[in-house]
Design a protein around this ligand. Sequence first.
Ligand SMILES: Cc1cc2c(cc1C)N(C[C@H](O)[C@H](O)[C@H](O)COP(=O)(O)O)c1[nH]c(=O)[nH]c(=O)c1N2
Length: 244
Amino acid sequence: MENQTNIHQHDHQFSDAERQAVYKSIYSRRDVRGQFKPDPIPDEVLARILQAAHHAPSVGFMQPWNFLLIKSQQVKQQVHDLFKKANHEAGEMFEQETQRQIYSTLKLEGILESPINLVVTCDRERAGPVVIGRTHDMAMDVYSSVCAVQNLWLAARAEGLGVGWVSIFDRLELKKLLQLPTQVTPVAYLCIGYVEHFFVEPELKTAGWLDRLPLQDLVFFDQWENSHAEHEEKLVKYLSQAAY
Ligand SMILES: Cc1cc2c(cc1C)N(C[C@H](O)[C@H](O)[C@H](O)COP(=O)(O)O)c1[nH]c(=O)[nH]c(=O)c1N2
């Protein structure tokens, strides 16, 4: 009996308020590129969101992540230079003139304004060559680091901190700048800080780039593109309702 109380969670059920809080964090989380305030992030708050990241699921419990904190304005400036170069290249890649025009107006990073930049990495060799669950798909370790990013992002939202993911870099140049070893992949470059406000909608939606897709079009039953399974009408109806 003593043992059982130690291995089982006591609070199996969330209260209504706790459940609401989880969904609030999910639905109000935003990718933040601007509106960062320079206010420092207290160490205990930073530690809490890093703990949240570290408690993410990982393939074979591999925990392939590291968290590289960047506060040096000099390093941020060098990273920003890499972004500028890649962003210029990116702008040329869109075929339509209207897309290129919109792209040039988008702010896609807050590297210099946010007090903390954080690189979440994946050490592809953390647990040796054979990892439970990664035996047949080597990408699973990278997915695990992405889970850590999402945990951190949601925890940060609950702390009132904005997070913006920047991926417009030449990966090898970023690795070289940050002196990452060969087996370590940069998974996410995150800009973190307190913000003036959070937007209600994704900025790319507001800018007219893309809309949120209807969830009911994305859910299939038993086989690809089968959207109309028998007896699933009720679920499909719920899927088409607004989330919040
Ligand atoms: C893997 C990955 C990579 C990037 C992003 C996200 C993810 C998951 N996003 C943020 C992205 O644009 C944003 O999540 C969507 O537009 C939806 O908006 P919300 O996150 O809901 O606000 C992002 N945003 C940005 O301004 N510059 C970037 O380079 C990237 N890169």
